[in-house]
Write a protein that binds this ligand. Structure first.
Ligand SMILES: *Cc1c(COP(=O)(O)O)cnc(C)c1O
Length: 390
C-alpha cells in the first residue's frame, strides 16, 4: 500500500504534525524511530497476526445483509464485522499492535487515556493477557458517568486514575497521560486510542487498523469479483474509518464516505486549528477554544478529527456526511430487526447513511459498511431514549 497521503513525514497536507513541548518531542521521536523499525519487520508482523487470529478472532466476516438489501431494493450492502472481535469493536486491533510495539521497546508499563471508557477497557483487556501493568487516566466526570466501565477496567486488573483537573473530561485525561509519559518514558508506553494526536500516533493507529480494509478488499473480490462502489464508516477520531479506507485509497473509483454526527459536525463546520498537539479540522467556540460536543454515541464525541481525514476531505478523496442522532437510533433498530445484528450507536451512524445511499444505487452495485462495534453496550441507553420519546 502506498502511503499517498503523507506529503511530508508526519504531515498530511497542512494537517498533522506535532505541536508539543521539547521534552515530549524527544520521547515521540524515539517512538517514531522504533515504529519505523518494527512496522514491516516479518517477526513483528507474524506476532501481530498471531494475536489478531487467536485472541481477537480475525479474520472477521464480510456479511451480506440480504434482508436489509431486499428491503431497500438498491445496492447490495455488506457489513464488515468488527463487532465480532473480542471486546466487541475495532479498538482492540490497535491496542494489540501498540502493546507489541511497547514490548519490543522494552516498556514494562502501559498508560492510556479514555473518555467513555471503551479504549480503556480494550487496553486493560490486552494488558491483562500480556501481563503488563496498566494505568488508565479518565476525567473525573467521565468516571462517574461510566462507572461500569471503570469497574470493568479494574476487574481486568488496570488502575483507573480519575483526573480532577480542568473539566474532568477526555482532554484532561490526555494531558495527564502525556505528563506521566514525559516523567516516566524510560519504562512507560502511552497507548493512544484513535487516529489522532501528535505524530507518529496517527500513522501508527492507521497501520494497525488497516487490517480492516486489507481483509474487506480480499473478501469483496472473492464474493463479488469487483470493488465496492463505496466504503462507509463512522468518524469519531477516525481510526475505524481510516482503517476501513486504507487499502482503497488508491482505487479512485471507490467512494470513501465518513459519517459524523450532526451534533458534532467537525468535518462540516470545523476549521484548521491545533488541538491536542496536532493540526486538524476542529470545532471552535467564539473564543477559539475546542467546542464541547454532544452525540448520542459517546465514541463520536470529539471536537477534532484525525489529520488524514482532514486532508482527504480537503483534496476531495473522501467525502464526509452527517446524520442525526435520531437517524442513527432508527438505523440501530432497523439493523437489529432485519439482520439480527445490534450495532453500536457509533456504527449506527454509518448504517444510517448506507441505508440512504443504497436506495440511490443500482442492484448491480455493492457497498461496504464498517460495523465498528456491537450495540450491547448501548442497549440501556437506547431503552431510556425510546422511553422518553413515547
Ligand atoms: C471508539 C469507537 C468509535 C469511534 O472511534 P474512531 O477512532 O473514530 O473509530 C466508533 N465505533 C465504536 C464501536 C467505537 O467504540
Amino acid at each position: 500500500m502506498r502511503e499517498q497521503s503523507v506529503v511530508e513525514k508526519g504531515f498530511y497536507g497542512e494537517f498533522g504534525g506535532s505541536f508539543i513541548p521539547e521534552d515530549l518531542q524527544k520521547v515521540l521521536g524515539i517512538l517514531d524511530a522504533e515504529f519505523e523499525k518494527y512496522k514491516d519487520d516479518p517477526d513483528f508482523q507474524e506476532e501481530f497476526r498471531y494475536y489478531l487470529r487467536e485472541y481477537v478472532g480475525r479474520e472477521n466476516p464480510l456479511t451480506f445483509a440480504r434482508n436489509l438489501t431486499n428491503k431497500l431494493g438498491g445496492a447490495k450492502i455488506y457489513l464488515k464485522r468488527e463487532d465480532l472481535n473480542h471486546t466487541g469493536a475495532h479498538k482492540i486491533n490497535n491496542v494489540i499492535g501498540q502493546i507489541l510495539l511497547a514490548k519490543r521497546m522494552g516498556a514494562t508499563r502501559i498508560i492510556a487515556e479514555t473518555g467513555a471508557g471503551q479504549h480503556g477497557v480494550a487496553t486493560a483487556t490486552a494488558c491483562a493477557m500480556f501481563d503488563i501493568p496498566c494505568t488508565v487516566y479518565m476525567g473525573k466526570v467521565d468516571t462517574k458517568r461510566q462507572a461500569l466501565n471503570v469497574f470493568r477496567m479494574e476487574l481486568l486488573g488496570a488502575k483507573v486514575i480519575p483526573v480532577e483537573k480542568g473539566q474532568g473530561r477526555l482532554k484532561d485525561a490526555v494531558d495527564a497521560a502525556l505528563e506521566d509519559l514525559v516523567a516516566n518514558y524510560q519504562n512507560t508506553f502511552y497507548l493512544l486510542g484513535s487516529a489522532v494526536g501528535p505524530h507518529p500516533y496517527p500513522s501508527i493507529v492507521k497501520h494497525f487498523q488497516a487490517v480492516i480494509s486489507e481483509e474487506s478488499k480480499r473478501q469483496i473480490m472473492e464474493k463479488e469479483g469487483k470493488l465496492p462502489k463505496a466504503v462507509i464508516a463512522c468518524v469519531g477520531g477516525g481510526s475505524n474509518a481510516i482503517g476501513s479506507f486504507a487499502h482503497y485509497l488508491d482505487e479512485q473509483e471507490v467512494r470513501l464516505i465518513g459519517v459524523e454526527p450532526k451534533e458534532a459536525p467537525t468535518m462540516a463546520e470545523g476549521v484548521p486549528a491545533i488541538i491536542h498537539g496536532f493540526k486538524c479540522l476542529t470545532l471552535l467556540d467564539e473564543l477559539g477554544n475546542p467546542q464541547p460536543t454532544y452525540s448520542i454515541a459517546a465514541g463520536l464525541d470529539y471536537p477534532g478529527v484525525g489529520p488524514e481525514h482532514s486532508y482527504l476531505k480537503t483534496i476531495g478523496r473522501a467525502e464526509y456526511v452527517s446524520v442525526t442522532g435520531e437517524e442513527a437510533l432508527e438505523a440501530f433498530q432497523v439493523l437489529s430487526k432485519t439482520e439480527g445484528i445490534i450495532p453500536a450507536l457509533e456504527s449506527s451512524h454509518a448504517v444510517a447513511h448506507a441505508i440512504k445511499l443504497a436506495k440511490s444505487l443500482s442492484k448491480d452495485d455493492c457497498i461496504i459498511v464498517n460495523l465498528s462495534g456491537r450495540g450491547d453496550k448501548d442497549v440501556n441507553q437506547v431503552f431510556d431514549m425510546l422511553d422518553n420519546v413515547q
